[in-house]
Ligand binder design. Sequence first.
Ligand code: ADP
Length: 156
Amino acid sequence: SDEVNIISGTLSLKRKKVGNIMTPLDDVFMLPYDAVLDFDTLSEITREGYTRMPVYETNRANIVGLLNIKDLALLDPDDGMAVKTLCKYYSYELVFVTEETTLDVMLEDFKKGHSHMAFIQQYHSDGEHDPTYKTIGVVTLEDIIEEMIQAEIYDE
Ligand code: ADP
């Protein structure tokens, strides 16, 4: 039944890790920090249709900001608003977690409402140099809810 599925899905949050359910970085639609929101860029954003768009500088693993589609609703393409300007204006908090984070912990974090998208990081250590973290994907509240109900949510 649906109820049994949801209960077992909810119980599974404790043993599943964000690294296993994330959207890999290569599949994430992002905006360059130095981009201008002209007609072509705004058209692409509309076509892609995502609510949240990470902003990167120089390389895609270097996330420096986040924009929400609703921030762009009243922009005039002719004004050539810079991504950088909007990032600074809204300056949404960026949440970074390791790939080992379990889904129950991630859900609690999303419920606190800092952000409904988190950036997943992988720990690298060669034993010699200082350990580093590399961003490898994103997870949103919807990804967690899908694991709870154990079904795909189809976008309209
Ligand atoms: P949206 O509201 O944009 O549809 P959701 O938070 O509902 O986004 O997530 C739906 C799926 O899309 C999830 O699997 C999530 O990881 C993925 N996702 C969210 N934002 C992006 C993005 N900018 N690029 C690629 N995938 C994304």
